[in-house]
Design a protein around this ligand. Sequence first.
Ligand code: HAM
Length: 418
Amino acid sequence: MASVSPPPGTSDILPCDSPAWRWVESVAAEVFLLYGYGEIRTPVLEFTELFQRGIGGETDIVRKEMYTFTDKGGRSLTLRPEGTAGVMRALAGEAASGNGARVFYLGPMFRGERPAAGRRRQFHQIGVEDVGSDSPAADAESIAMLVRFLDTLGIAGYRILVNTRGSSADAASVSEILKERLKPLADSLCADCQSRLDRNPWRVLDCKNTLCQAVVDALPDITESFSEDSRSRFDEVKRCLDAFGVDYEVSPRLVRGLDYYAHTVFEVVHSGLGAQDALAGGGRYEVPVPGVKRPVAGVGFALGMERLLMVLESLSVELPSLDPPKVYLAALGSDALLANLKMAEALRAAGVGVVASLDARSLKSQMRTANRIGAEFAVIRGGDELTRGVVACRTMSDSSQVELPESDLLEFVAGRNG
Ligand code: HAM
């Protein structure tokens, strides 16, 4: 039967897909727990200001991609385009207390982008934040945890790109240097980058357009303009990555698209993803939160769930599928149907999955259902079996059938793996 499509760039996660999602989510929770991270759930809706201030008014996300509306009280609300800003709002107190917090989150994010393979308007992220940390070792540990997660899932063939954006103090002066260097070359840049030049010259560095890449490749190394402290901090991050045994590449043009980053930035890319090849992205940040005096600092990353599943499929990693119910109970006549309801509950109480026919259809139609749902056994009874206290139990794989006392059914179905 044809189903009605949801809005472009969104999709349904159907029962046949859910086991793979749950598996990935449970591996995430297990791996992150090894590093002391607990789950946080923040609202999908936040005040718009949180993202405008947190992510940055000049970013593509805030300028063009947010789903924003005004509520009845006249406040502007936005469907979260990412998870970090909300988590910083929720944990600003912990960060200020000096205790910090290690959290992970799973859930839907919303960006009004042009839908394409791997680019969606509602997508799901798995993210982590080490809030309040400031050691270079924390940056490296975050990347090491991401590696452990990918390896535990069986993902091979990814590349880890790391870079530094320098300190937030460096950022302003480097913006000016970039503008100075790029403005004379503006005619050779794509239209997007020409308009970015004044607003956000950093983004020219990681533009995918080949014209812009040629311009950027000819620029002197921008890290030369960073303070000595920023450069030695990045050296320390790399030393820690080596200590963790992480295989990474320094990618001098990696800047990432959110303004809250300072110092380390990183991305995991995978060729199985095609044009949208970023599987995960993250870095160290200082996120301004409305109503909070100092930006909330920390380090973390997020992976796109849909992209993760695309990679797993491209690698033919075996994903869990929906377990069919073990038993289908077929009833001939209303007395048998009532007796089956009771028997179904007894089997379920013993942990056996059961679907019982809830109307007295023909046996043929009930057996078709047993087949369609993939039950291992079809248990059939009518008035005659009911009177004699027995059931007919058919093993669906070979159509063999035995008659058993009802009291032996649990042992029979639980003890056999057809
Ligand atoms: P992001 O790079 O914007 O970073 O997103 C992280 C990941 O989410 C991407 O690598 C990608 O896999 C997935 N993703 C992003 N946009 C889409 C889309 N339109 N469709 C499908 N998947 C998408 C952040 O969101 C930061 N909050 C990450 C972070 C956490 N940094 C520090 N902590």
